[in-house]
Design a protein around this ligand. Sequence first.
Ligand SMILES: [Fe+2]
Length: 184
Amino acid sequence: MAAKTNAGFTVPGLSLANGHKVANALQMRIHAFNDLQLTLKHAHWNVVGRDFIGVHEMLDPQIDLVRAMIDALAERMATMGVAPNGLPGALVAARSWDDYDIGRASTTEHLAALDLVYTGVITSMRKTIEEIGKLDPITEDILIGQTGQLEQFQWFMRSHLENSAGELSNASARTEKGAAKKAK
Ligand SMILES: [Fe+2]
């Protein structure tokens, strides 16, 4: 029998259509998180400069937690009756953003660019919460908890870019390269 993406069930209390709709909304968040954890590892390997060790070591716990978030969302999808896709080809085909734009660069440049990466991921999380929150508060609760963690990770980035007046050195930058250049 041919494999189908959608199962003939979802969680109790939701219609099949709504359960699968919520599950499908999680697929793009899984793609975004898979992209994020790869990007954070890339930065972990490519930061250079005097503050190397602090930034290099700050990134790994974030990567571990983002990987745990992917696992939670993928298992939630399966619980709701839709097969999650964790494959790189599907990620690249579905994403609306480009690869991270910074190679070997100073800690400041990577932090300034990663701040923008987090802004994109967090903004999309809030949109997804708005879209599916009314349909399924259980999934909403998972997304809210994850978004709070991601906002804290972004604060870690921003604290390196912030001065005593509360201004960010990459403020108003629109691209990763632009942010890195401004903050340098
Ligand atoms: Fe490492």
